[in-house]
Design a protein around this ligand. Structure first.
Ligand SMILES: Cc1cc2nc3c(=O)[nH]c(=O)nc-3n(C[C@H](O)[C@H](O)[C@H](O)COP(=O)(O)OP(=O)(O)OC[C@H]3O[C@@H](n4cnc5c(N)ncnc54)[C@H](O)[C@@H]3O)c2cc1C
Length: 324
């Protein structure tokens, strides 16, 4: 196994991890950054971003992340792609380095690499939450998708549904009207959570039909989805709709299991951090969607990365509490 000794290991090369890399570089830290896939994070699956300052003209998530990744690579930072960190352990035996610095050491391992490091930034983000409706697992990849950019074009001239009422759901529904003949937006509440501007765009789109106060009970079909069974939560009535595809945007689940038993999490598994973004495990910081932050966006993830890297630097230097 290849061994690397570092001041800092950044796990995840999405917006939070890449933001951290820029600041770690500027702080002169000897660090590594890994991602289990290629760099970019979950935002590369979205077609249109207009809330990242400086990019007001049409930019896709993929293109925005290409720019951020290029920035990091221009500093000479090698992003270790397809390197999934599978375990984190505290190094128990006290080495010479530990005695002199007094810092804890952690061992993080992927399949073929071992990183021995004093600090870690967990920037592992989140993945899509599932509905939990009957037959859902069976139809994932056979009509159920979590990525409109990846799969939208498969539904040209068909009727499809988007589940959810937040910005991601409504923006992706608008995008899907490029292909589909009709897009149902199915949301369990009687009003949407998306921003007003996004809602207005959706209401003005004649291909979108809203089914509010409704939840999916069951997916049905032979080889692919053909029908969804819906329940209206106000009237308790049920109906069956013929549909070719369903795109789910009902929330996210954090990729935090790597720290199970090591750091405090909230009831949904998001990592709890202090004002310096340190978790309850000394020297381990969290940034972006994986932590219990109230706003989960690219801009907040990048900013978290900057703060986490700055805190890691102060921690290594022995004056973390002076971070303001
Ligand atoms: C459909 C959709 C539309 C969106 N639209 C917008 C928008 O318009 N504007 C906006 O600001 N935000 C938007 N968001 C939210 C935005 O994508 C997230 O807030 C942001 O990507 C969070 O960044 P992150 O770095 O914390 O996590 P992520 O982007 O999830 O990146 C985490 C990275 O960590 C890697 N990873 C995970 N586990 C490991 C491991 N064990 N080892 C190594 N690597 C690992 C993953 O492969 C991933 O690359 C949208 C999200 C979705 C799903």
């Amino acid at each position: 196994m290849e061994e690397h000794r570092k001041d800092l290991l950044i796990i995840g090369a999405g917006p939070a991890g890449l933001g951290a890399a820029v600041y770690a570089y500027r702080a002169g830290l000897d660090f590594a950054i890994t991602d289990k896939f290629s760099a970019g994070g979950q935002i590369i699956t979205t077609e249109h971003i207009d809330n990242y300052p400086g990019f007001y003209e049409d930019i896709s998530g993929y293109d925005l992340m290409q720019k951020i990744t290029e920035h990091v690579r221009k500093f000479g930072i090698a992003i270790q792609e397809f390197c999934e960190i599978k375990s984190i352990k505290e190094k128990k035996s006290k080495s010479k380095i530990m005695k002199t610095t007094g810092l804890k050491q952690y061992i993080c391992e992927s399949e073929d690499k071992r990183f021995v490091t004093n600090t870690i930034i967990i920037a592992t983000g989140a993945g899509p939450k599932k509905l939990g409706a009957e037959n859902e697992e069976e139809f994932i990849g056979r009509g159920i998708s979590f990525c409109a950019t990846c799969d939208g074009a498969l539904y040209r001239d068909m009727d499809i549904a988007v589940i959810g009422g937040g910005n991601a759901a409504i923006e992706e529904a608008i995008f899907l009207t490029k292909f589909a003949s009709k897009v149902y937006i199915i949301h369990r509440r009687d009003e949407l959570r998306a921003s007003k501007r996004v809602q207005e765009k959706a209401f003005a789109n004649t291909k979108i039909k809203f089914l509010l106060s409704s939840e999916i009970l069951k997916f049905e079909g032979k080889d692919k989805i053909e029908y969804i069974a819906l329940k209206n939560k106000k009237t308790n009535s049920t109906e069956k709709i013929k549909i070719s595809g369903v795109f789910e945007y009902v929330g996210i689940v954090p990729n935090s299991s790597i720290l199970s038993g090591m750091a405090d999490m909230d009831a949904n598994g998001f990592l709890i951090t202090d004002k310096n973004l340190q978790t309850s495990a000394e020297g381990i910081f969290a940034a972006g969607d994986v932590r219990d932050t109230p706003l989960k966006q690219v801009i907040t993830a990048v900013a978290d990365g900057a703060l986490a890297a700055t805190s890691a630097e102060k921690y290594i230097a022995g004056f973390l509490n002076n971070v303001v």
